[in-house]
Design a protein around this ligand. Sequence first.
Ligand code: HEC
Length: 164
Amino acid sequence: MKSNSMPGRPLRFAILRGSVRSLLASAAGISFVVLAGAAGAPQFTSPIDNGPLEIKLLPGEKITEGVQKFYETGQDPYKGDPQALAEGKDLYETYCQACHMPDGSGRIGPSLIGDTHHYPRFTTDKGMFEIVYGGATGAMQPFGKRLTQDQILHVMAYVRSLKK
Ligand code: HEC
């Protein structure tokens, strides 16, 4: 764990992550259930410490065809799809634009449309998914706790569409 990454991060997330990990390590039965929920998911890693990022389904969440495609190809299948972009825009307006601005130019959160990124993995779809799902430091919370993986892929497609 990078020592400079912790101060901005609420302690309870760190504790939660730690306890989830030890739970997984100690109870093979539980880890089976958790991993089975995300069958076929590639190994995702945290943008903060590069440690394994566990993917868990939200209550009632189903793996959609789009998510399955993403697991298999590492590509966000909703990029450039007009209907998906409209849904992504709604999600972006609700969950992201307060910090990243409507045009993605950034305010509390960094610009999402510039050529340089805080996290180099931003440029790949797998990497952006890891940032949005798992969160980063400070105000960038883990949206995997609030949005389905399918919704995250929709909002990501919209973010990519903002870049001119
Ligand atoms: C409450 C403010 C806030 C909200 C809401 C928010 N972010 Fe962020 N975001 C941040 C901050 C602050 C960072 C920088 C975190 C860091 O450097 O560790 C960030 C970083 C990012 C990055 C990495 C950028 C880079 O340069 O590497 C991405 C991608 C991102 N946010 C996408 C989103 C998306 C998509 C949403 C909506 C689902 C969202 N953010 C909602 C504050 C926010």
